[in-house]
Design a protein around this ligand. Structure first.
Ligand SMILES: Nc1ncnc2c1ncn2[C@@H]1O[C@H](COP(=O)(O)OP(=O)(O)OP(=O)(O)O)[C@@H](O)[C@H]1O
Ligand SMILES: [Mg+2]
Length: 482
């Protein structure tokens, strides 16, 4: 776990407020830097400030939103908390809509709100740093940094793949739907010496045979009704680059023969043409069928199979690399939270448990959609098990673990901070109970777990017996002491 620094930059021109905030934040153990104008603040950030920024929305020199836009440009991950007078609330709302982390209004509860906002912002910093370090780790480990994985088996596969990116041999990517076949195909192109050339994708499924042929190989004028002029196909378009044949298992038999010829001698003819065209194209193909079975069943030419799969790659389904679920989920969360402009920091324990027990028949794409949906329905600054469960439920997918099925580790772990244990019980605003109800239920609980022993219950609540009796009596739920 990366430990974030505890630096705060206050950009504000009102000295009394700055001293007050500094004092409070120093007291909480933060290191505070100050700037009294927008330009001074920006200069610090350009100098490489990392941490959290408290930004006054009314600055003497620049507009608060302009300063914010500039900060985002210099350092997009820097959380910015706006400090505003009540008059500027509209601005503050607009600022958070544009990706500001939070805003706090000057006023009586500023101090309290400040602590919470700052703490959340540092949680975000920690999460960002964790992700960035993961990314560095990933990019250090190979050229396929777009394909996020921490699975040792997947990493091994990627390492062997690295050896062929420059060679031009055909690569056949097999894997269930949504496992990232297209991501890999693009990564192979981007990592190799053809990267300056085009990457052209053809989907071989769902297109009528004749259309597919002219799509792949182009046609001459008059080749068929409607062919009013000559058109180049995808093979020509991919010259000097990579042609990605998606769902190659669906390729009709007649086209299989034509494709085989291109792979053998790099030449073909356009539909309706006689001219022999030669191209320099690297072919990467993908299939979510077991192509060998198709060969055995006589649906796919064996010779073509071997031509296409000089270098075969099989992507593991997500259920066989469960260790990838949290990092992919965090990656998608970050992206969608930013897109939706929601300050969501992470997943609750319950959410992670639900995610890790889901089998993901739709693999990474399903996880991606699920996180997108959960971000949209989430109300707090954390994705809860309910958000995930709701999403799974609305897609009518099996196996979700209800939040309450088993107590969460946090709710069980007596050493977890109270705040966390409470969050396990009241994960959303809607789930909050009134103070009165909480107190009544809590007193009942204390008596219950103390097996009816009021003295013991009072000790555990750190109140006197008399107080506890009075409370119980006030609440009317329990008789007075004997
Ligand atoms: N390892 C990964 N890291 C980041 N994103 C991924 C990864 N794997 C898949 N994705 C994302 O998941 C989605 C599905 O991936 P992709 O389209 O490559 O799957 P596919 O195997 O081609 O699926 P299909 O067989 O259904 O076409 C995409 O949005 C992709 O960006
Ligand atoms: Mg695909």
């Amino acid at each position: 776990m990366v430990v974030a620094n505890r630096r705060i930059l206050i950009v504000d021109d009102y000295p009394q407020l700055v001293s007050m905030l500094t004092l409070q934040l120093n007291g909480e153990g933060y290191e505070v830097f100050t700037a009294s104008t927008g330009n001074e603040g920006l200069a610090r950030i350009r100098d490489g400030f990392t941490g959290v920024v408290l930004l006054d929305i009314n600055l003497p020199d620049l507009g608060g939103l302009d300063v914010f836009e500039e900060i985002k440009r210099i350092s997009p991950d820097l959380p910015v908390i706006f400090v505003t007078g009540h008059a500027a609330l509209d601005l503050a709302v607009e600022a958070t809509r544009r990706g500001g982390f939070d805003f706090i209004a000057k006023g009586s509860d500023l101090a309290k709100r400040l602590n919470v906002a700052v703490k959340n912002a540092f949680d975000r910093v920690a999460m960002t740093e964790q992700l960035n370090s993961l990314r560095t780790q990933l990019s250090e480990q190979g050229q396929f940094s777009e394909f996020l994985t921490v699975s040792p088996r997947m990493k091994q596969i990627l390492r062997t793949l690295e050896s062929v990116v420059n060679s031009g041999v055909t690569v056949l990517i097999e894997g269930e739907s949504g496992t990232g076949k297209e991501v890999i195909a693009r990564a192979i192109h981007a990592a190799g010496n053809r990267k300056a050339g085009p990457f052209i994708a053809v989907n071989c499924a769902g297109i009528p045979e004749t259309l597919l042929e002219s799509e792949m190989f182009g046609y001459e004028k008059g080749a068929f009704t409607g062919a009013t002029s000559r058109r180049a196909g995808k093979f020509e378009a991919a010259h000097g680059g990579t042609l990605f044949l998606d769902e190659v298992g669906e390729l009709p038999k007649s086209l299989q023969a034509k494709l085989l010829r291109v792979l053998q001698d790099h030449t073909f003819q356009r539909v309706g043409g006689t001219e022999t065209i030669s191209v320099d194209v690297r072919v990467v193909s993908a299939t979510n069928r077991d192509l060998m079975t198709e060969v055995r069943d006589g649906n796919f030419r064996e010779d073509l199979y071997y031509r296409l799969s000089v270098f075969p790659v099989r992507l593991l389904p997500l259920r066989e690399r469960p260790e990838d679920v949290p990092i992919l989920a965090a990656h998608f969360l970050r992206r969608f939270a930013r897109e939706e402009g929601k300050p969501i920091l992470g997943f609750s324990q319950g959410a992670l448990r639900t995610l890790s027990s889901h089998p993901f028949p739709g693999n990474v794409r399903e996880l991606e959609n699920l996180v997108r949906h959960a971000v949209i329905v989430a109300r707090g600054n954390e994705i809860t098990g309910e958000d995930v469960g709701f999403t799974l439920g609305s897609h009518r997918l099996p196996t979700m673990v209800p939040e309450s099925a088993t107590p969460t580790p946090t709710s069980l772990d007596p050493s977890a901070p109270l705040e966390q244990r409470l969050k396990a019980v009241f994960p959303t605003v809607d789930a909050l109970a009134t103070l009165h109800d909480v107190q009544a239920a809590y007193l009942q609980l204390a008596i219950q777990v103390a097996a009816g022993n009021v003295s013991k219950a009072a000790r555990s609540l750190d109140v006197g017996r008399a107080t506890l009796y009075r409370w119980l009596k006030d609440d009317g739920t329990q008789g007075p002491p004997p």
